[in-house]
Write a protein that binds this ligand. Structure first.
Ligand code: 13P
Ligand code: SF4
Length: 325
């Protein structure tokens, strides 16, 4: 590796050396250096979800966070181009909130099992079955589905959004487990859809009990996309940003994050004194995003996310209603 490149990227390596072995760094350094230059050249910012790998999350991203934070920050972006290092629905949300900006996703195939579990026609069917009941849609959904909804929510604000409507009953789509987990905390009746996250549905209550037995005193945090019996066995449930904040606030000696693999890597960089036990379920969609395809997207300005303006208008309303609560 050229000495100048090594020197330029050395401070970044210092940040991630606890999670990236020295032998891997030369593979990343060249792309990181090129991406940082391309961002300046294109007046671009990179928004990265908490599940992105550490070399993306800690070395090239400008804004990191959970789905809610990325949506909020997308509204404030002062750049010509947004690169969304995350999955397609996140890039669509960024585009809805920035119709005049170029939004790129490094791999257009980065989907989500929840977003793929439901169509706009399914939402219309649910409305026909439950006349007058408002539809609260998790942001993990396509723009088509958002356009058929009354309001969006994320895992960080789901209970608040459901209760903000002031009604006795809501339809909550498409994550059945998130809906069931919220239902346990509110008197609002929730009608759910049978969508699941392919990453979080794999955690089991027996696995949580085994983790406790193997690691006495461990604190267990679960994402609310996990099945309710898993959340019931955990010490705390929250969005990816909530889990990260919990670790910062409570400083547990030893912790488990029942969520996607990269999350523990990213949080551990900021909390070197915390021991992370790492049961690991990988999101294949999040892992489609890599340094080489971020670099290619910025070099070629390809993989642009576009949404029909009439559809976008309706979908945007659901996201903006959420952000206003
Ligand atoms: P968060 O909003 O908690 O970051 O979750 C997004 C997601 O895709 C979880 O699987
Ligand atoms: Fe979708 Fe689950 Fe992957 Fe999140 S972790 S993007 S909910 S499949």
């Amino acid at each position: 590796m050229p000495t100048a490149l090594l020197e330029r990227t050395a401070p970044l390596y210092q940040r991630v050396k606890s999670v990236i072995p020295p032998i891997e760094w030369p593979v990343f350094a060249d792309d990181i250096d090129a991406i940082l230059a391309l961002k300046r050249q294109r007046n671009a910012v990179i928004l990265a979800h908490n599940y992105q790998t550490p070399e993306i999350y800690h070395c090239v991203a400008d804004i990191v966070g959970d789905s809610l934070a990325l949506a909020r920050e997308a509204m404030k972006v002062d750049a010509d181009t947004i690169v969304l290092a995350g999955v397609h629905f996140m890039a669509e949300t960024a585009k809805l909130l920035n119709p005049d900006k170029t939004v790129l996703i490094p791999d257009l195939r980065a989907g989500c099992s929840l977003a793929e579990s439901i169509t706009a026609a399914d939402v219309r069917l649910m409305r026909a079955r439950h006349p007058g009941v408002p539809v609260v849609t998790y942001v993990n959904s396509s723009a088509d589905v958002k356009a058929e909804s009354d309001i969006c929510c994320t895992s960080a604000n789901a209970k608040k959004i459901v209760e903000s409507l002031g009604v006795p009953e809501v339809i909550m789509l498409p994550d059945e487990y998130l809906a069931q987990n919220v239902a346990k905390t509110t008197s609002v009746k929730i009608i759910a859809w049978a969508g699941h996250c392919e990453v979080h549905e794999r955690f089991t209550a027996a696995e949580v009990r085994a983790l406790r037995a193997d690691h006495p005193g461990v604190i267990i945090l679960a994402h609310p996309e996990c099945p309710p019996e898993v959340v019931a066995e955990a010490d705390y449930a929250g969005s990816t940003a909530d889990m990260s904040a919990f670790v910062g606030r409570e400083k547990p000696t030893r912790v488990v994050l029942l969520t996607e693999c990269s999350m523990a890597d990213n949080v551990s960089v900021n909390h070197p004194d915390v021991d992370f036990v790492r049961p690991c379920n990988l999101c294949p969609h999040m892992k489609r995003i890599t340094l080489p395809n971020i670099r290619r997207a910025l070099e070629t300005m390809t993989n642009e996310v576009t949404i029909d303006p009439a559809l976008a208008e309706r979908a945007r309303r659901s996201v903006e209603r959420m952000l206003a609560v």
